[in-house]
Write a protein that binds this ligand. Structure first.
Ligand code: ADP
Length: 352
């Protein structure tokens, strides 16, 4: 009865809950925790059941660092991947937009796996799903759960799913999901990472059976490391391959046009696309970046000072700039790796 909250409370559960932990931090962070909890309160001013026993600082971390209300990526920003876009639209976006139609026989899977080489647009797809379905996007890297949040990973996972439940429809994107749900169960596996994995599977089970509008997307470059339990829960498994010739052409044009630097001919683009077989989307982006430095470097070489340089002093980006950039930016994925993905896709992937 003698308890005096160290910060002023505006009433409501969130305030009192924050007050209980407020003694530990400084005023600024107490205020921000409080604001964050208040935003999660229902119309009755009470914190939802699922969040009541969680540590406010973890709820705040999820709300501020992991949650992204507008990821700002649309289908049109992603080159190629028509098969993945079609599957995802049917399996995920429509059900999120029309839950009333997608129930019973049509009830959607709640777990989607995107696998393939790094830098091919898996994260972009996750963000686009959230954007297109007007859902809240949560991004977490599974390796940060095991490295940065040692001993606290389980609690953070509970907070993550708890906040997602309050922010439906929600998309939870778990990058490098193999590091969380891998099949390596050697003696070396730490007790804490086993507990983390169990907690994660429990949370997934929880929303799988319920009526929640939460989709879990796992992304991995190492699908072969996933165990059977993980595969069972990630019912749809889509291969996200390296960009095709057309997709590479699209990336070059799109990035240069955005900056008003596009002056390449059809033949130039054809030459670049032929030279970039095996490049990932992210390699292509790095290549365009490097090539677009060409005109700048040349203008500076002619003696113009960087502080006096005007946009008009620079010529457009040319094929030669790309040829020079190709010496610097090499493909990051090896041909051997591709074979592994294709094999796994044949065995476990969703082919249609
Ligand atoms: P992943 O999650 O597969 O490792 P990302 O989605 O993070 O790859 O992609 C990294 C960057 O590479 C993106 O920000 C984007 O600039 C570029 N990129 C990769 N794939 C594509 C694509 N299909 N279309 C357009 N840009 C792409």
């Amino acid at each position: 009865g003698n308890f005096v909250p160290p910060i002023r409370s505006n009433g409501g559960n969130a305030g009192s809950m924050t007050s209980r932990v407020a003694g530990k931090g400084d005023d600024a962070s107490d205020d921000s925790t409080k604001r964050c909890l208040e935003m999660l309160c229902g119309p009755d001013g009470e914190l939802p059941e699922k969040l009541r026993n969680l540590e406010p600082r973890l709820i705040e971390h999820v709300s501020n660092e992991i949650m992204d209300r507008d990821p700002n990526v649309r289908w049109d920003d992603i080159a190629g991947l028509d098969h993945a876009k079609k599957c995802v639209t049917e399996m995920v976006i429509w059900p999120l937009l029309r839950p009333d139609i997608f129930k019973g026989c049509r009830s959607p899977g709640r777990g989607l796996l995107l696998f393939g080489p790094p830098g091919t647009g898996k994260t972009m797809i996750g963000k686009a799903i959230a954007g297109e379905a007007k859902a809240t996007f949560f991004y977490i890297s599974a390796s940060s759960l095991t490295s940065k949040w040692i001993g606290e990973g389980e609690k953070l996972v509970r907070a993550l799913f708890g906040v997602a439940t309050c922010r439906q429809p929600a998309v939870i994107f778990v990058d490098e999901i193999d590091s969380l749900l891998s099949q390596r169960k050697s003696e070396g596996e730490h007790e804490s990472s086993r507990r983390l994995k169990t907690q994660f599977l429990i949370e997934m089970e929880g929303f799988d059976s319920g009526s929640e509008q939460i989709l879990l997307i796992g992304a991995t470059n190492r699908p072969q490391e996933l165990d059977e339990a993980a595969r069972r829960r990630l019912t749809k498994r889509l291969y996200i391959p390296l960009p095709s010739y057309d997709a590479r052409a699209w990336i070059i044009r799109n990035l240069l046009e955005k900056d008003g630097l596009f002056k390449l001919s059809k033949e130039d683009i054809d030459t670049i696309c032929k030279l970039t077989e095996g490049y990932s989307g992210s390699d292509m982006k790095n290549l365009v970046k490097d090539a677009s430095m060409g005109p700048l470097r040349e203008a500076l070489k002619q003696g113009i000072e960087i502080t006096k340089l005007k946009k008009e002093d620079m010529r457009p980006v040319t094929l030669q700039d790309f040829e020079d950039a190709l010496q610097e930016v090499r493909p990051s994925v090896s041909l051997n790796e591709l074979g592994t993905y294709e094999e796994w896709n044949k065995q476990f992937g969703s082919l249609s």
